[in-house]
Design a binder for this molecule. Structure first.
Ligand SMILES: [Zn+2]
Length: 116
């Protein structure tokens, strides 16, 4: 269960942060999740509600922002994003090259925490 493991790490991070800032309650968690991670807000929230029971993060609202899959072309240094489901053959739109690195799409970042 991939979602559960991920949600556990989100919970741990939130609780650590809350403790560090002497917070007593976590109200809202803003997450930035790469498009390539198949994580849906509903599921993360559901798991989170379940595992956060009895912790200061119980009842916290999860807000997910998806970040697109993006690339950096090694030939022309151009950046571009792509929908991997549609673009089967991915070429740099700037120079037509196909030598590029993925720069985002797999991240999972806690962007902001609202703590009481
Ligand atoms: Zn290019």
């Amino acid at each position: 269960m991939h979602e559960l493991a991920v949600t556990k790490s989100i919970l741990k991070l939130s609780l650590d942060q809350a403790a560090e800032h002497h917070g007593t309650k976590v109200l809202k968690i803003h997450l930035l999740i790469g498009e390539l991670r198949n994580l849906e807000q509903d599921w993360v929230q559901r798991y989170f509600d379940y595992i956060s029971k009895g912790t200061p993060a119980e009842g916290a609202v999860i807000k997910v922002t998806k970040s697109p899959v993006s690339f950096l072309c090694k030939d022309c240094n151009g950046q571009f994003t792509a929908n991997l489901k549609e673009d089967k053959k991915l070429l740099c739109p700037h120079c037509g090259g196909f030598d590029y690195d993925m720069t985002s799409g797999r991240e999972l970042v806690v962007e902001k925490l609202e703590i009481l």
